[in-house]
Write a protein that binds this ligand. Structure first.
Ligand code: BES
Ligand code: MN
Ligand code: ZN
Length: 491
């Protein structure tokens, strides 16, 4: 399904014709004067709903009214609650509106947010993409009369049209990046293969004039990437390392690194069967990097950015790496593979080493790295780790602005005891205690030459329950965090 096209049109509610108009309202709103003509067109039912308390504007509250003709056919009031952060609230309400339109199958919606200033229309546009997104490619289409059209056209009404257009265009870019990431995430492992990620990366590179570098098994052998290759040796599928270079500015680049496990069975240390299908999402870090680059290029941000992804699958087989094996990473460090299911850090070890050649201003990696992070922070916050406090704060602030909150966890030396090996320089598992921290400490051993932050998105990249504004499944995290961070660097 192609993303909807978003336009900003002048605020003229009296003349508006639309199958569905969504009105985004704060809790306790009275009828905003600008909504008068609309209320008239729908026979005073909006005012009545507000006065009678049928609609109070609580977060996620919705009320659908039918227009008697003349104005929009349906009006959907969407509540925003009393948010402490405005941006995420506009995003959520717009997503809920688009999701409702998608369920109804109306195809076109108009949105008005009487309390929004022009800047907030960026969030509205991001939300529209989030709510309109769906993945139907693999279903047989129902007969024509039962079909529900996807949301294809969205009109956002605004008073200051020029400023609103600029904001909506930025939001459109972020939304497109997120939807691209969600699509890659949602695709099953037999379709979203390492080759498919390469094809997607090449497509992004071609459309935006980026340089693409691709390494297969042989090239990685040449680089001495024994850690990445240890994971990939269980499958005949070609592993792929892709680097995309976006040259939007001058100076040292921001390097974004993503774990791209198109499937993680655990390898010889095989996972239990329950929910193993979710491990198709183990490429979410890579999807986040590709989605962010798409958005950054669409926004023409004036920063140099390099995106690096490491794509493979983790499988048990006669050739697979075994517990106890020792491999040598491209940094030269030897690694004892205690648990073949701690594969993400092996891939990232060589990616983080590869990042050095770009002389990065900062490196941010994203990975669905540990179940322990899900236990610690649930599905609400991304785990944030790093060796540079200023950079950690910068990333946390970017995540807050993006509506993708992170929470920092410590990388204290005491924990390092847990990943000491009896035979090698380091081991790839520290056991159950502090699992998210020991994983991050492992990465730190390969990221010492530049300011670095690691995002453990195991809990936030996808959700196994419906989250009201967006359905269960992929979330597109951390696309918006990456974009906000890079935008912050653009000054
Ligand atoms: N991809 C998983 C982490 C994961 C778990 C992501 C649940 C999303 C949901 C990762 O490769 C993994 O298996 N980690 C192990 C590490 C352990 C063996 C040290 C884990 O978390 O159990
Ligand atoms: Mn694993
Ligand atoms: Zn994994």
């Amino acid at each position: 399904m192609p993303p909807p096209s978003i336009s900003v049109i002048p605020f003229d509610l009296g003349a508006l014709q639309a199958p569905l108009l969504a009105v985004l309202l704060r809790q306790g709103s009275s009828l905003h004067p600008s909504l008068g003509p609309l209320d008239n067109a729908v026979g005073g039912t909006i005012k009545l709903a507000l006065v009678e308390g049928d609609f109070r504007g609580a977060r996620d509250e919705t009320l659908q009214l039918s227009g008697p003709g003349g104005g929009p056919r349906r009006v959907l009031l969407v509540g925003m609650g009393t948010p402490s952060e405005e941006g995420p609230a506009f995003k959520r309400a717009a997503a809920l509106a688009a999701r409702q339109a998608s369920k109804l199958g109306v195809g076109r919606i108009a949105i008005v947010a009487p309390d929004a200033d022009a800047e907030h229309l960026e969030d509205v546009a991001v939300g529209v993409h989030a709510g309109a997104w769906r993945y139907d490619d693999l279903r047989t289409p129902p007969p024509a009369e039962e079909r529900r059209s996807p949301v294809s056209e969205v009109d956002i009404l605004a008073a200051e049209v020029t400023a609103a257009r600029a904001a909506a265009t930025r939001g459109d870019a972020i939304g497109r990046g997120q939807s691209l990431a969600r699509r890659l995430q949602m695709m099953p492992g037999n379709l979203c293969t390492p080759e498919f990620l390469v094809a997607t990366a090449r497509d992004i590179a071609e459309r935006h004039g980026m340089k693409a570098t691709v390494l297969g098994r042989e090239e990685m052998e040449g680089e001495g990437m024994g850690a990445f290759l240890a994971v990939a040796q269980g499958t005949p599928q070609e592993p792929q390392l892709v680097a995309l270079e976006y040259g939007g500015g001058s100076g040292r680049p921001v390097v974004l690194v993503g774990k791209g496990l198109c499937f993680d069975s655990g390898g010889i240390s095989i996972k239990p069967a329950a929910n193993m299908e979710d491990m198709k999402f183990d490429m979410s870090g890579a999807a986040g990097v590709l989605g962010a680059l798409e958005a950054i290029a669409l926004m023409e941000l004036e920063v140099n950015v390099v995106g690096i992804i490491g794509a493979t699958i983790n499988m048990p087989s006669g050739t697979a790496v075994k517990p106890g094996d020792v491999v040598r990473s491209s940094l030269g460090k030897t690694i004892e593979v205690i648990n073949t299911d701690a594969e993400g850090r092996l891939v990232l070890a060589d990616l983080l080493t590869f990042a050095r050649r770009y002389d990065p201003a900062a490196v941010l990696d994203a990975a669905t790295l540990t179940g322990a992070c899900v236990v610690a922070l649930g599905h609400t916050a991304t785990g944030v780790f790093g060796s540079d406090d200023l950079l950690i704060d910068e990333v946390l602030a970017a995540g807050r602005r993006a509506g993708e909150p992170g929470w920092s966890l410590p990388l204290w030396d005491d924990y390092k005891e847990l990943i000491k090996s009896d035979v090698a320089d380091i081991r790839n598992s520290g056991g159950r205690a502090a699992g998210a921290i020991t994983a991050a400490l492992f990465l730190q051993a390969f990221a010492s030459e530049y300011p670095w932050v690691h995002l453990d998105i195991a809990g936030t990249a996808y959700s196994d329950t419906d989250m009201v504004a967006i359905p269960k499944g992929p979330t597109g995290v951390p696309v918006a965090t990456f974009v906000e961070f890079v935008r912050g660097r653009a000054g």
